[in-house]
Design a protein around this ligand. Structure first.
Ligand code: DGY
Length: 324
């Protein structure tokens, strides 16, 4: 049987070929509902979806009554209405594991870049501003031996903790709903309250998904609790941080700097005040963006789609309870 599938993102050539061999594929640029009658006819028959980064909510699902599986090429799935999909018995698949180490590398890049002011000083050199030996006004902060507080010590958080503990002799604090015994054993990580973590950490590192509980978790009150020389690192989802509160905390010198890969709005608007703060390292949501890892994610998403469509496989399924 050939399943009707809507593909809304490019896949590497060999994977696209595999998809075409197994399914009846319609490729679109976006899942935008304004695309016209022809698209709506395809949507009405579609059993599967594969792509990344577009909102899928009740209004979209109303037009896709036969949908059985949606496979996102990402670990994050905050752009899907999971409750609505579960109600309609649609499996949602995602790509954990394959991006863990690459994303942890990027988060550690943010820690090092923010602490050593690498991006800011790089720009100074490139623009011809390096005219004499640097003095204290360009000094950074140590990373080795400092305290790292990780909010959200799951797969990626643990990979950051491993780098910090084994490579940089850092003390690891973490705040999670559940105790992470593996991390406590392997990295001597200490579970603590969110407040304690804010007060004690030299680097507050957020590795959280976006949910009603995590939205604007870091606001003015939380920045007030951080150490004056501390740094905020965000490698999870942008809206977990109240950006205006972050800007204010930096301008008032409440914290020393920040390393960000994610933002409330992406791409980051060109008039964002974050762009005027040299102590903020701004990367363009590149956590998993290497050739190897993006291929692995696309392959994982394709395997997830075919496994779920053909065999109702639940590996990497966000709502496995509906598979039976
Ligand atoms: C993910 O996989 O969720 C990353 O943030 C890339 O979108």
């Amino acid at each position: 049987m050939s399943f009707k599938v809507i593909q809304y993102d490019d896949l590497p050539d060999d994977l696209e070929q595999r998809l075409l061999e197994s399914c009846d594929v319609t490729k679109v640029d976006s899942l935008d509902l304004m695309q016209g009658d022809e698209y709506r006819t395809v949507l009405a028959e579609a059993k599967g979806l594969i792509g990344v980064g577009q909102e899928v909510g009740a209004q979209f699902l109303d037009l896709a009554p036969k949908l059985r599986v949606a496979s996102t090429i990402s670990v994050g799935y905050d752009h899907f209405d999971v409750a609505e999909m579960t109600k309609r018995k649609i499996m949602l698949m995602h790509t954990p594991d394959v991006l863990t180490e690459t994303t942890a590398d990027m988060i550690f890049t943010l820690i090092l870049c923010a602490a050593r002011r690498a991006a800011e000083l790089h720009s100074m050199v490139k623009s011809g501003g390096w005219t004499q030996m640097v003095g204290p006004e360009h000094f950074g902060s140590d990373v080795y031996g400092k305290k790292l507080g990780i909010v959200g010590l799951g797969r990626i958080g643990s990979a950051v903790a491993r780098r910090a503990y084994n490579g940089f002799n850092m003390e690891i604090l973490y705040h999670n709903r559940k105790v992470n015994q593996e991390a406590e054993k392997s990295f001597n990580a200490r579970h603590c309250s969110f407040d304690e973590l804010l007060v004690e950490s030299d680097f507050v590192c957020l590795v959280l998904p976006l949910s009603d509980q995590t939205r604007k978790l870091m606001g003015s009150a939380e920045f007030d609790k951080m150490k004056p020389g501390a740094f905020l690192i965000n490698g999870g989802r942008g809206p977990v941080v109240d950006e205006l509160a972050l800007v204010e905390a930096l301008q008032k010198g409440k914290i020393r700097g920040a390393g960000l890969d994610v933002y409330e709005q992406e791409p980051l608007p060109t008039d964002s005040p974050l762009l005027n703060l040299p102590e903020v390292v701004t990367l363009p949501h590149i956590g998993s963006a290497t050739h190897e890892t993006r291929y692995a994610m696309a392959e994982c998403a394709l395997n997830n789609l075919l496994g779920a469509l053909i065999h109702r496989e639940t590996r990497n399924c966000v709502n496995p309870e509906i598979a039976n």
